[in-house]
Write a protein that binds this ligand. Structure first.
Ligand code: ADP
Ligand code: MG
Length: 676
């Protein structure tokens, strides 16, 4: 028996069971060993319904009544009455209609879940349900709960795992022994046993720690090795010319913050090195990243090389092109704009200019990475709002140069330290930790939909003072299946009644590029008072005179997204306001309360990471590929430990290939996260 032996070699796995396992992607003994329980339930603590208290609880009960109804689009609520000898209670599940079939048998189940206040009463929320007769007779133990496999009862899964238990005791170590010892970790074998056959709560804790450590170590080692590989590459050498930079700074309409000066200096120094720069510039919304990129582009142009700046939306790309033209053209540095909206002859001409090197700085969207775009000498690549792009797209842009260009990724979504170490491990980081002087914190308030009229009054006060406003809605047009507000309907409503005497613009993703440009320009130059927009303005858009934002159905947005949206105001010395209108008048969510309390993007990103997982921050596609089963990227302590060991290992002369399984995973991650 070995890890790659077929499951059919295990006693109790016949054709039927084997086929069902295979359908769930479980084919070998190794697969089943790594089929970790999704939770563990402590069945030694079963309570009577009459004695249940708020918090986590397990009861042994029958289901008396159960039904499912739609609550709104995409949400079905299943409600059941559960009863034991001592009383009854309600349980609810979201989008789990199969519970009806499962529980209708009238059998006794163990239900385990959170007993909490929901929909106006105490209920057991989304409890797991395990057929009581499937459980071992002595219930004074902790049982692993597995993700359900169609056609196979949990008892059967547990029995088959018991069959391979002896094999688990002999699993070879996959981490270097010295690390296991120095970090006081369980051996791989002990950890696997701890997951599937824990005797006490601490067994699970230690098992999870070991397995999570291993996952993080693989990821961090991969980025260490990529870092070492990067250092071997040759890039363009761009010498620092003091007068060039001084000239640029002199003509700015403001004084750079010291954070901006430090970041620019870090970048300029990198450009002088032989190895290509890989740097992340992170700074909260409004901290002034664009001008830092502009300063560097100016230096790059003066050494005869080109800069490419890629932004995620057309609106943002054209805004950047405009900002940078104003700053750079007077200094003799030419700026071009390449988006999907640039067509025909204009596009051809631009291609030629890029290829011949007559344009120094090219700002664009994804259009930049097309095959047809060839640069003369691309020395510097800037990825704005980098979390909006995949690794692939970054790589494609970098490939447009003979030598590896220097890369600056910029993000306004502050990256929690843990993510910075893991998925961004091979980047150097510069931080803009201060806003330009004179900025006042944005005042944020959650608002009930019933008193919207007062909000309009507040908007009017700002408009009368010469300021501008954003109204943000989720939908483009009204939808009978969705109660949320749409920009089209709100636009008409506001224009025809409350704000009759003001000029209102409408912006959403379905408009043509030139229509978007016109609206955005009109708003930017003040000829529109109010912009009713979808989240297309979420990132980057910069209209400093706008001081008030109303976000409809605010509860439908993520925390980082709200913070980004809100960042469209508060970009000048004027006091700014952000009103979050809840969909209903019920209690606001934790998310909304957090955003109301704090203007600090770093803090909010940490909260978001805890509430929603790293997908939102790192970009969904990439995170999925990380394959983390046990580890979470919110576990800073464990990440720091794994980081230390990964560094030691990478810089020692240990041979990775000596650890076969480790090497396979590390190589996978290296390919996944590499920038080159
Ligand atoms: P973000 O970091 O969100 O990309 P931007 O680069 O769009 O921020 O800058 C936000 C606004 O602040 C812009 O209007 C920009 O001109 C202005 N700005 C940038 N740096 C400074 C500074 N040092 N002092 C005053 N205003 C600044
Ligand atoms: Mg920006």
């Amino acid at each position: 028996m070995n890890l790659s032996s077929s499951l059919y070699t295990v006693k109790g796995v016949g054709t039927k069971v084997g086929e069902q396992f295979a359908l769930s992607g479980l084919n070998t003994i190794g697969d089943l060993i790594n089929f970790y329980p999704r939770a563990h339930e402590d069945f030694s603590k079963i309570v009577n319904i009459s004695e249940i208290k708020p918090g986590k609880a397990t009861i042994k009960a029958r289901c008396e009544k159960i039904s499912t109804r739609p609550v709104r689009r995409g949400l079905r609520l299943t409600t059941a009455t559960l009863a034991d000898k001592t009383g009854k209670l309600q349980a609810i599940w979201f989008n789990q209609p199969y519970r009806e079939k499962q529980l209708k048998s009238g059998e006794e189940f163990y239900f385990s879940g959170e007993f909490e206040f929901n929909y106006n009463k105490y209920q057991l929320t989304s409890p797991s349900a395990e057929v009581a007769s499937d459980m071992p007779i002595q219930t004074d133990r902790i049982l692993p709960i597995y993700r359900s496999i169609k056609g196979i009862k949990t008892v059967v899964v547990r029995r088959i795992l018991s069959e391979i238990r002896p094999f688990m005791t002999m699993l070879p170590e996959t981490l270097p022994e010295s690390i296991v010892k120095n970090e006081h970790l369980l051996s791989r074998s002990q950890a696997i046993l701890g997951m599937h056959f824990p005797e006490k709560a601490n067994d699970i804790k230690e098992a999870r720690e070991r397995l999570a450590f291993e996952e993080l170590f693989q990821l961090l080692l991969a980025s260490q090795l990529n870092r070492i590989d990067n250092a071997k590459l040759t890039g363009w050498n761009i010498p620092f010319e003091q007068p060039v930079v001084a000239n640029f700074v002199k003509q700015l309409p403001f004084k750079l913050t010291s954070a901006q000066r430090i970041a620019a200096w870090e970048i300029i120094q990198d450009l002088e090195r032989k190895t290509p720069m890989n740097r992340l510039l992170q700074g909260d919304v409004g901290s002034g990243k664009t001008v830092v990129a502009g300063l560097v582009a100016c230096q790059v142009a003066h050494s005869g090389l080109q800069t490419a700046i890629m932004a995620p939306t057309e609106v943002l790309a054209s805004q950047h092109a405009e900002t940078l033209s104003k700053l750079l053209q007077p200094l003799g540095v030419s700026v071009g704009l390449l988006t999907g909206g640039v067509k025909g002859v204009a596009r051809k001409t631009l291609y030629n200019q890029i290829a011949s090197g007559t344009v120094d700085v090219v700002v664009g969207t994804h259009a930049l990475i097309q095959k047809t775009v060839e640069f003369h000498k691309l020395g510097f690549v800037v990825i704005d709002e980098q979390h909006r792009f995949g690794v692939k797209q970054r790589q494609q842009l970098l490939e447009k140069s003979k030598y590896m260009p220097h890369m600056l990724a910029m993000t306004a979504t502050p990256i929690p330290r843990s993510l910075a170490l893991t998925v961004y491990g091979e980047l150097d980081i510069s931080i803009l930790n201060e806003l330009p002087s004179g900025r006042k914190p944005i005042l944020t308030k959650i608002w009930s939909p019933n008193s919207r009229a007062q909000l309009y009054e507040k908007i009017e006060v700002e408009l009368k003072a010469g300021r501008q406003a954003y109204v943000i809605c989720t939908l483009i047009e009204d939808n009978p299946d969705n109660e949320m507000k749409s920009v089209q309907a709100e636009f008409i409503k506001l224009q025809n009644s409350i704000f009759k005497h003001y000029k209102i613009g409408l912006l959403h993703g379905k408009l043509k590029s030139d229509e978007k440009d016109t609206v955005m320009q009109d708003f930017a130059n003040g000829s529109l008072d109010i912009l009713v927009s979808t989240t297309v303005v979420e990132v980057g858009v910069d209209v400093p005179n706008a001081t008030i934002m109303l976000i409809e159905n605010a509860d439908h947005f993520g925390l980082s997204q709200l913070h980004q949206l809100r960042g469209r105001v508060g970009r000048s010395e004027y006091q700014s306001y952000c009103y979050l209108v809840n969909s209903t008048s019920s209690k606001p969510s934790k998310r909304l309360s957090e955003i109301e309390k704090s203007n600090d993007g770093f803090y909010l990103a940490e909260v978001d990471l805890k509430l929603r997982g790293p997908g939102e921050i790192y970009g969904k596609a990439q995170h999925g590929a990380l394959n983390l089963q046990i580890a979470t990227l919110a576990d800073t302590k464990l990440i720091t430990r794994a980081q230390k060991q990964a560094k030691l290992f990478a810089n020692s002369n240990a041979n990775l290939l000596q650890y076969k399984q480790l090497a396979t995973s590390v190589h996978y991650y290296q390919r996944l996260t590499t920038l080159n």
